[in-house]
Design a protein around this ligand. Structure first.
Ligand code: UD1
Length: 382
């Protein structure tokens, strides 16, 4: 950190802030940080908002993914959405005023993304949005609001799939600001897959060779007690047909306890094997060997598509339509009957095998770095 700051203080190269706050951000930041580090003439500074802070949600990702320790930590922690986003905005602004970078790069759609993007534009620091243009068209999702607002104020919009190009055009974003670069999350997946497979996580957890993986944390599935109860009952029932492993997100754990069904997600039982949040390598290890995934995560829809693993997406909409068009994801909502029918389709082998998705090739981080470098070059030339 000291060395990077000495380089920055000497100002030989434009300084770029890379902002992360929540688990999926770390997975996206890693390949971009690496590719930017390989570009001579650019310096980076990692800004961690502290949106995720538990060791299992945070530190382990930095270690496994080889991300340098953050240069700046905003320590915002958990709070209701407005308070959390407000804290991020205020604390990052204070930091920007003290030491403004040439650009601020934000990832994905979490509160840290919009909080830092807004702080940056308000002090005149241009914003780069990695994973721009995705739209679920469901404005009840906090992430959809974060995506819309971040794209409206970003200066360079780097898109992971072609639906993003159409969405941004429809919203009046000039084509000149937009580039299709592919999916940086798949860079991390490809790089880490051999190490993940070597973890043998399924064996360590005592799973049968044919098992499924479950993740759930979206408000639409976990915040309403009746919905969560029905889903947990269903998971227990499906697990009798094929064992299921369920790393329970802290938000889901809290919601289950508040709904009086905490013991239904107790650790150490079978055939629904509940565990705490898992590190990246264990998650990827389980994903790569799974016969099916049931999830409401955006990242897992993409990762299953890249791996060719059938994915039941427990949502009515997706901001990642390429995963249902070319990939292996099917939208099944949170209705038990639909989920059970889709699960049986997987057991019967009646599932789309998926096709390669353009530019999800492990080189998106390099393209992001190239686009940022040439954009900064154009901005600084008279
Ligand atoms: C956030 C993102 C979501 C992303 C998810 C990945 C927003 C709006 N949502 O949701 O898009 O898919 O991260 O995990 O930014 N908590 C802990 N320890 C932690 C962090 C959180 O216990 O380290 C608990 C707290 O009770 C907190 C709750 O989880 O209130 C939710 O955390 P928060 O960061 O607000 O949102 P996520 O549900 O994790």
């Amino acid at each position: 950190m000291a060395e990077r700051e000495i380089i920055i203080a000497g100002l030989p190269s434009p300084l770029i802030d890379l902002v992360a706050g929540a688990r999926p951000n770390f997975v996206k930041l890693a390949p971009v940080a690496r590719a930017l580090a390989a570009h001579r003439g650019l310096a980076t500074r990692i800004v961690h908002t502290g949106q995720h802070y538990d060791a299992a949600m945070n530190d382990v990702f930095f270690t496994e993914l080889g991300i340098p320790a953050p240069d700046v930590h905003l320590d915002v922690g958990s709070a209701p959405h407005g308070a959390q986003t407000g804290r991020i905005l205020e604390r990052y602004e204070g930091h920007l005023l003290g030491s403004p970078p040439a650009a601020c790069v934000v990832f994905g759609d979490v509160n840290s993304t919009i909080g830092c993007a807004l702080a940056a534009v308000k002090v005149g620091v241009p914003v780069v949005h990695v994973e721009a243009g995705l739209r679920s068209f469901d404005r009840t999702m906090p992430e959809e609001i974060n995506r819309l607002l971040t794209d409206a104020i970003a200066d360079l919009l780097l898109v992971s799939e072609d639906s993003g190009l159409e969405n941004l055009r429809r919203e009046g974003i000039p084509d000149g600001k937009v580039r299709l670069v592919g999916n940086v999350m798949i860079d991390t997946l490809q790089q880490m897959l051999p190490a993940a497979r070597a973890q043998g996580t399924a064996t360590r957890l005592g799973l049968a060779p044919r098992y499924g993986l479950v993740t759930l944390h979206r408000p639409s599935n976990v915040d309403e007690p009746a919905v969560l109860r029905e889903l947990v009952d269903l998971l227990h029932a499906l697990a009798t047909e094929m064992p299921l492993v369920f790393p329970v997100h802290p938000r889901t754990r809290r919601a289950a306890e508040a709904s009086g069904i905490g013991e239904r997600l107790a650790e150490g039982r079978t055939p629904l094997v509940c565990v705490g949040p898992l590190p990246y390598l264990d998650t990827l290890s389980l994903l790569s060997g799974a016969a099916v995934v049931l999830t409401d995560s955006g990242g897992l829809q993409e990762e299953t598509s890249a791996l060719g693993v059938p994915c039941l997406t427990l949502r009515e909409t997706t901001e990642r339509p390429v995963t249902t068009r070319l990939g292996t994801s099917r939208l099944v909502g949170n209705d038990s009957g639909r989920i059970r029918a889709a699960f049986r389709d997987v057991l019967a082998g009646a599932w789309n095998a998926g096709q390669p998705i353009p530019l999800w090739d492990g080189r998106a981080g390099e393209r992001v770095a190239h686009e940022i470098a040439s954009w900064l070059g154009r901005r600084s030339s008279p």
